[in-house]
Design a protein around this ligand. Structure first.
Ligand code: AMP
Length: 197
């Protein structure tokens, strides 16, 4: 399974990603997690990306593409992987598409979690108010992340939906993300043909 999970901030992507990856025993590759780890470790990469993350902006494409190319060449990705939070722009989608094609590791499934904007704003505010522990989760920053999603990532999702060649032979699945965590997971598993939810 080589899965790409798409969806707006607040759609529950991270939670579903962990469960799907566990179910299929494939690495969960989250660029957000990788960059948060870089910031915490105080590495040069961390210093480069911290400001963007704190503001809820995207890290420049070339930085994130380098990180992901290296991660995908790791031997643990041989048997599949799940991408979460990457790609986020049309440029990233094109670059990773080329990379995966050359490596003979084209995506098998693209799973899009769909949640209406008003529900997302409600969730984002709830998460910020509850203090999720994420440094980038103040209401203002979370709203900025949603704006960035609408401006840069929503057009990328549209690009996948309308450009067959961008998806290659991957099966494109649209999942209603408004259900409970278990409900959404069951729907995804039913489509992917995984084990019991
Ligand atoms: P996430 O946990 O996926 O929401 O990512 C947290 C933050 O990391 C984002 O708000 C961006 O600043 C940065 N980030 C994560 N993935 C990407 C990406 N694919 N492209 C650019 N920036 C990213």
């Amino acid at each position: 399974m080589r899965i790409l999970l798409l969806g707006p901030p607040g759609a529950g992507k991270g939670t579903q990603a962990v469960r799907i990856a566990q179910n299929f025993s494939i690495p969960h590759i989250s660029t957000g997690d990788m960059m948060r780890a870089a910031v915490s470790s105080g590495s040069a990469l961390g210093a480069k990306v911290k400001g963007y993350m704190d503001r809820g902006e995207l890290v420049p494409d070339e930085v994130v593409i380098d990180i992901i190319d290296e991660r995908l060449s790791n031997p643990d990705c041989k048997g599949g992987f799940l991408l979460d939070g990457f790609p986020r722009t049309i440029e990233q989608a094109k670059k990773v598409g080329d990379y995966l094609k050359k490596a003979g590791k084209e995506l098998s499934h693209i799973v899009e979690l769909r949640v209406p904007s008003d529900e997302l704003i409600r969730r984002i505010q709830g998460r910020a108010a509850a203090g999720s522990g994420r440094a980038d989760d103040s209401v203002e920053v979370a709203k900025n992340r949603l704006d960035v999603f609408l401006k840069l990532t929503a057009p990328m999702i549209e690009y996948y939906r309308t450009h067959k060649e961008a998806c290659g032979s991957a099966v494109y699945l649209e999942i209603d993300g408004t259900d409970s965590i278990d409900g959404v997971f069951s729907k995804i598993m039913a489509e992917l043909g995984g084990g019991a939810a």
